[in-house]
Ligand binder design. Sequence first.
Ligand SMILES: [Zn+2]
Length: 67
Amino acid sequence: MRHGQFIDRPPCEQAHSFEVATCSDPTCGLHLIAKRSNDAPICEVVIGRPQLRQLLGYIHDEGLDLL
Ligand SMILES: [Zn+2]
C-alpha cells in the first residue's frame, strides 16, 4: 500500500455501492462485492487476513478513521 501518495483513478467501471461479507471458511478474510446502481455485482475482492491488517494500518495512518 502506498502511504502518502495519490493515485490516478483507473479507467474502469466505478461501483455505486459495495457489500461486505464473510464466507463459511474460518481461515478466509473479508469479501467486498462491488455493485452497480441496479444492485448487480461487478466484481468481488477477497482481502486475506494479513492484507486486512495492512489495510487497517493504512486506514489509521492516513487518518481515514477520523471524522
Ligand atoms: Zn471467503
